[in-house]
Design a binder for this molecule. Structure first.
Ligand code: AHR
Length: 517
């Protein structure tokens, strides 16, 4: 009998979850650059994506204004370019001036016309209202190539490359602040990939040259933000040793260590749904380990300098989609994933993992932005579409500002291939400037959850908005025929008394609740 009562109590506890947050339990300031994204010369990201001369919505430079409008609405702050794997075979000189050179792109077995290059990207960034983040080639490229690109972009005048920029495109230097020193150099797929020591040494030499050219030290106000390559994912056999070794070489010159991670709904998994829903917890654990590795090297070096994380590739990517077009064509249809409601719900959890690590994640790039594993899809000569994952990103980028506050969550949990994960995945943000508190909550239980919410010390809160993405068809997606099939739906706002509210979250749902005071 006693046992039965215990079982009943346990069940009750699992049915009613609680979330507690106090204004004073700050995790960190949210760096606006966590709302970054990524454009690679890959498939139709550039050509037919952001750049399509002759399109009815293209401006005089061939930039699609309809796509720019969606990017502005999405709230993207910074865009990484030009790769990705592409950058490891890229000679930036092929993409400037009047004589563009078409080349084989070995990373994606495509033809790169180089019609769009650094100057076009800089102009496009201005139109789209985003900051540029440039990656330099550490595969076929040398530290000298990186320095010369820096000279082209950032040096005012009086040198060969700065004067070339003035002649080609812009009298003003571009002032690019974020520089990625290579891409996924631990990957055996990377053009001229390296072992950790070789990459670490090369990255250190490159970083020093960029610092000397910029004439500011790593910790000075306005200094370049240099990103060195961390492990390209946490299943790499070299992880996390790669990260330690690279940091041991580069620690004093690096500002950020890169992290990359993609998740997928894999129907060959034993429990595909649970395994997919466990992605956010896996991402959190990955960040924690990399953060610990950074702290370890900091201690080893007896350093006062801090290195943060640039999670500059993250998303959901069904890596099983086969290539349907032949090699060696320009702008093939590659990696054009169609995102479902299921994806949006998991995506919201990944976004929460970033917010909940605001103390250490200072930059993040949703990979990618247009057509290639992207929130925005375009048709050649036609329209532009918001995919399901567009929405959790848009709400976070718009309202998830100010600081992230620790959420203490009491709820059930479930087993998945990564370990155990909570059925409630939450982040809480507080923006004193707009007197706004936001709760981003994913219900990963397959039934509705009643949640007791307690938001303490913020003042007299009232609920201004609750929207939810949910539904019985987890495979529902937005298509050009039906572009608004999956969008956030307005829910009734709950009353708040003394910072307490009772909220019901739909089964398998992503929720956004906004409170003001
Ligand atoms: O974003 C697609 C690819 O994924 C990038 O080119 C590469 O860096 C990663 O492996």
């Amino acid at each position: 009998m006693k046992g039965n009562i215990r079982a009943a109590v346990k069940k009750e506890w699992k049915m009613r979850a609680s979330v507690f947050a106090d204004k004073h339990m700050k995790i960190g300031n949210i760096d606006p650059n966590i709302y970054g994204s990524f454009i690679e010369h890959l498939g139709r990201a550039v050509y037919e994506g952001i750049y399509e001369p002759g399109h009815p919505a293209a401006d005089g430079d061939g930039f699609r204004k309809d796509v720019i409008a969606l990017i502005r609405e999405l709230g993207v702050t910074i865009v990484r370019y030009p790769g990705g794997n592409f950058v490891s075979g890229y000679d930036w000189r092929d993409g400037i001036g009047k004589q563009r050179k078409a080349r084989l792109d070995l990373a994606w077995a495509s033809i790169e016309s180089n019609e769009f290059g650094t100057d076009e990207f800089m102009k496009w960034c201005q139109r789209a209202g985003v900051a540029p983040m440039l990656a330099v080639n550490m595969g076929t490229g040398t530290p000298k190539d990186a320095l010369e690109l820096f000279e082209y972009c950032n040096h005012p005048s009086g040198t060969y490359y700065s004067d070339l920029r003035r002649k080609n495109a812009s009298k003003q230097p571009y002032g690019v602040r974020y520089w990625c020193i290579g891409n996924e150099m631990d990957g055996e797929w990377q053009i001229c990939g390296l072992d950790a020591d070789s990459y670490g040494k090369k990255a250190m030499q490159t970083a020093r040259m960029l610092r000397w050219a910029d004439a500011r030290k790593a910790d000075e106000e306005g200094a370049l933000q240099l990103v060195v390559c961390g492990s390209c994912h946490c299943d790499m056999p070299t992880y996390p040793e790669w990260d330690r070794k690279v940091l041991e070489h580069t620690y004093e010159e690096a500002n950020l260590l890169s992290m990359h991670r993609y998740y997928q709904y894999d129907t060959s998994d034993k429990h595909p749904l649970e395994d997919f829903l466990g992605s956010a917890d896996n991402m959190s654990g990955f960040i924690d380990t990399v953060h610990s590795t950074i702290n370890y090297v900091k201690a080893l070096k007896r350093s006062r300098h801090n290195v943060y994380i640039s999670f500059d590739e993250w998303n959901i990517w069904s890596q099983k989609t086969p290539r349907t077009e032949p090699n060696w064509i320009r702008a093939p249809h590659l990696l054009e994933d169609v995102y479902t409601l299921r994806d949006a719900i998991v995506f919201g959890g990944l976004m929460n993992a970033l917010l909940n690590h605001s103390d250490v994640v200072r930059c993040a790039c949703l990979a990618q932005l247009v057509n290639v594993i992207a929130p925005i899809m375009t048709e050649k000569g036609g329209g532009a579409l918001r995919q399901t994952i567009y929405y959790p990103f848009r709400y976070a980028a718009k309202y998830g500002r100010g600081e992230a506050v620790r959420a203490i969550v009491d709820c059930g949990s479930f087993e998945n291939k990564h370990g155990r994960a909570d059925t409630l995945n939450v982040s809480v943000t507080h923006d004193a400037a707009t007197r706004t508190v936001c709760v981003f909550a994913c219900n990963y239980a397959q039934s509705a959850q009643d949640v007791s919410l307690e938001l303490r010390s913020f003042g007299e809160l009232s609920c201004a908005e609750h929207v939810c993405m949910c539904g019985s068809d987890l495979s529902a997606a937005n298509t050009f025929a039906s572009p608004e099939k999956v969008t956030p739906q307005a829910c009734e706002c709950v009353p708040v008394r003394d910072g307490r509210a009772e909220v019901k979250l739909a089964p398998l749902s992503w929720n956004f609740l906004r409170f003001t005071y």
